[in-house]
Design a protein around this ligand. Structure first.
Ligand code: CP
Length: 308
């Protein structure tokens, strides 16, 4: 029987190509399930999952919760802003208190890079990283690659450019790991100040000219500028950023081919992407969100099979 090589999903860095293929094949099955009239399976009736979010989230939190409910798991939700974390409780104490209620799996979003890795060494439950600071966001990268695979019938050999704030982006890092594992060619594009030094060591190329990057690619994954992670100014003004690194209809129409547009959300309309691109036929932004549920069902199911 096929199983994942890991007991936790802490980052794409810890997966191999076979793990990704297994997750995608399992997600294919769950995508069929969630498009049936009865969208639920009894698979995880005896599993309890805690979603603990120390940072804001719309898509990831709702998508995980829906995935868990579609699998018939029991679900508890924890939001740091309404919890005893505010009274000084540590991460391990918080999670151990939750686990003493017989929880099998923890889905955690945390502002600190490596928080999930730390937790996995100190608590007895399967941990899924739902985004740890500017480090990794593995399920986002899996759903992004899965959406490319669906739209372009594969990921291997495709040219993918990730555009924007690469420096502060966990989505960028996880996407780079996932795309390279599957044999895609990857470029990053953005202001030099928002591209990490030595990023080429991950096997990607840097392109600071957006038009050249778009002419080269099959897929452009547009990222948001993460102002909340910036304590200094990385570019002169939002207007200049948009002029140099924002995508709009005119730019898209000037290319000599039709490319696929992606965005992990949340979108800043009119900054990195205009509405006439985000809402166009070339955009698969809402397909990404739909695929997120099937991917998260697959990851939860495959990890849960390892703890039973
Ligand atoms: N893509 C993503 O992580 O969105 P949320 O912050 O809304 O979860």
């Amino acid at each position: 029987m096929s199983e994942l090589s890991v007991n936790h999903l802490l980052g794409i860095k810890y997966l191999n190509k076979k793990d990704i293929e297994l997750i995608f094949e399992t997600a294919d099955h769950f995508k069929e399930v969630i498009n049936r009239s009865i969208k639920k399976v009894p698979t995880l009736r005896d599993t309890t999952i805690a979603n603990i979010f120390f940072e804001n989230s719309t898509r990831t939190k709702l998508s995980f919760e829906l995935a868990e409910k579609r699998l018939s798991a029991d679900v508890i939700n924890f939001s740091a802003s309404q919890s005893s974390v505010k009274k000084g409780e540590t991460l391990i104490d918080t999670v151990n208190n939750i686990l003493s209620m017989k929880v099998d799996m923890v889905i955690m979003r945390h502002p600190n890079p490596g928080a999930g890795i730390f937790l996995s060494k100190h608590v007895n439950a399967s941990i899924i990283n739902a985004g740890d600071g500017a480090h990794e966001h593995p399920t986002q990268a899996l759903l992004d690659s899965y959406s490319i695979r669906e739209k372009l019938e594969g990921v291997e050999g495709k040219n993918v450019v990730i555009v924007g704030d690469i420096l502060h982006s966990r989505v960028a890092l996880s996407n780079i790991f996932a795309l390279k594992l599957q044999g895609a060619k990857v470029k990053v594009c953005g202001p030099k100040t928002l591209i990490p030094k030595h990023i080429e060591s991950l096997g990607v190329e840097v392109e600071t000219d957006l038009v050249k990057a778009l002419e080269w690619c099959d897929v452009a994954n547009m990222l948001r500028v993460q102002n909340e992670r910036m304590d200094i100014s990385y570019f002169p003004s939002t207007r200049e950023y948009t002029q140099q690194f924002g995508i709009n209809r005119k730019l898209l129409d000037s290319l000599n081919k039709e490319i696929v547009i992606m965005h992990p959300g949340p979108i800043n309309r009119g900054v990195e992407i205009t509405s006439d691109v985000a809402d166009s036929d070339q955009s698969i932004i809402l397909e990404q969100v739909e695929n997120g549920v099937a991917i998260r069902m697959a990851v939860i199911y495959l990890l849960a099979s390892k703890i039973k």
